[in-house]
Design a protein around this ligand. Structure first.
Ligand code: NAD
Ligand code: UDP
Length: 311
């Protein structure tokens, strides 16, 4: 058991709500900070009776002072539809959010962990992606507000550690899925499951030959907490499931698991859509003794059951 005071920004979101739940189960006091842009009160409603849990409606682009031991900085919309809705705000959330949380970490001497992303590798020319790859990122495209915002957030974590001795850490999360994704989230796993359950066409963008590696949220949360509590290792470290699938394979798998009548249709490939993505997780294995345990089929079954219960 652990009894730290922990701040989770973006705590009402998909990953953040799972993180709050597990941290509470471990005995900690948890403050969930969120502006509810892409997160929901429903995600954390079941935690509200716990006296060790608090919710603060706040925007990370504004400073805040709280007495905490650890900060998980997860506030930022993650789905392309949400982060491209107001790209300037997305940049502010990543950069001002990181500055404000680093300022807080410095002031109260908290350890801070930044939720970075495989998007820092852009449309990668190295495969699979290792942490020492610098990436292939467009700084003036529809994904740039997210990718470059996250890259600067990493830079700030690095410089605050060097300049101000802030105990900062970086994880690079690869595509994660599971329960509590919004039905209208827009990311591929939730889109395909919702379409297949409702008998709608499955919208494969492009020819579906692009690849992704999908990590179930429970595995990810385990890796995130291991990284936070690991001393003498600042990262960045990749966290994801190295199983690699084409988007067409994913569509076919979901149709089969649901036994759906939906048809696959093709839609235009969005600008700068990465063609292939797969994490090299040898660093996480070595430093954190972490690797995912839930395979795609089992994780999809659990996610399908969730969407059946909410649709
Ligand atoms: P999400 O959209 O469900 O969660 C983000 C949360 O942050 C939401 O609750 C949202 O309301 C909140 N938020 C957004 N802007 C805010 C602001 N300015 N101030 C306060 N709160 C704000 O997305 P998620 O999938 O849970 O992602 C969580 C984090 O993990 C994000 O930082 C994302 O970049 C990162 N990440 C996720 C994935 C993935 O596959 N899910 C992959 C890579 C990185
Ligand atoms: N995608 C798709 N149909 C959809 C949603 C997404 O074919 O309805 C594709 C998208 O073009 C991308 C992949 O699935 O190649 C993963 O998209 P997502 O938005 O989930 O995550 P990201 O592109 O950020 O990895």
């Amino acid at each position: 058991m652990s009894n730290k005071r922990i701040l989770v920004t973006g705590g009402a979101g998909f990953i953040g709500s799972h993180l709050c739940e597990t941290l509470l189960e471990q005995g900690n006091e948890v403050i969930c900070l969120d502006n509810f842009f892409s997160g929901r009160k429903e995600n954390i409603n079941h935690l509200r009776n716990n006296l060790r849990f608090e919710i603060i409606r706040h925007d990370v682009t504004e400073p805040i002072l709280l007495e905490v031991d650890q900060i998980y900085n997860f506030a930022c919309p993650a789905s392309p539809g949400f982060y491209q809705y107001n790209p300037v705000k997305t940049v502010k959330t990543s950069i001002l959010g990181a500055l404000n949380m680093l300022g807080l970490a410095k002031r109260v001497k908290a350890r801070i962990l930044q939720a970075s992303t495989s998007e820092v590798y852009g449309d990668p020319k190295v495969h699979p992606q290792k942490e020492d790859y610098w990436g292939h990122v467009n700084c003036i495209g529809v994904r740039s507000c997210y990718d470059e915002g996250k890259r600067v957030a990493e830079t700030l974590m690095y410089d605050y550690r060097k300049q101000n001795n802030v105990d900062s850490k970086i994880i690079r999360i690869f595509n994660t899925y599971g329960d509590r994704m919004l039905p209208n989230d827009g990311r591929v796993v939730s889109n395909f499951i919702v379409q297949a359950l409702q008998g709608d066409d499955i919208t494969v963008y492009g020819d579906g030959a692009q690849t992704r590696s999908f990590c179930f949220v429970d595995d990810l949360v385990d890796g995130i907490i291991k990284m936070m509590n690991k001393d003498d290792f600042t990262g960045p470290v990749n966290l994801g499931n190295p199983g690699e699938f084409t988007i067409l394979e994913l569509a076919e798998k979901i149709i089969k698991l649901i036994n759906s009548n939906s048809k696959i249709i093709n839609k235009p490939l969005p600008q700068d859509d990465p063609m292939q993505r797969k994490p090299d997780i040898s660093l996480a294995k070595e430093k954190l003794s972490w690797e995912p345990k839930i395979n795609l089929e089992d994780g999809l079954k659990r996610t399908i059951n969730y969407f059946k219960s909410v649709l």
